[in-house]
Design a protein around this ligand. Structure first.
Ligand code: SF4
Length: 70
């Protein structure tokens, strides 16, 4: 069963190198904001911990993290 969480992922936009890797790993969580030319976290009621952790692990700029309750 997929784990859900009250935490939410955040992207440090200053560090993001816009590689698009997070979208490949978790397309329902991350998306590209074309108008603003930055990567963004979708507003979801809960986030799949495993998927987000995978994106965190693969992000080359190490700029994705968790906020909220552990
Ligand atoms: S994987 Fe990391 S560096 Fe690449 S677009 Fe996503 S947040 Fe930015």
């Amino acid at each position: 069963m997929t784990q859900k969480t009250k935490r939410w992922p955040v992207i440090d936009l200053g560090a993001c190198v816009k590689c698009g890797g997070c979208i490949e790993v978790a397309p329902e969580v991350f998306f590209y904001n074309e108008a603003g030319d930055y990567f963004e976290v979708a507003e979801l009621r809960s986030y799949d911990i495993e998927l987000v952790d995978e994106a965190i692990k693969l992000c080359p700029a190490d700029c994705i993290g968790w906020e909220g309750e552990p």
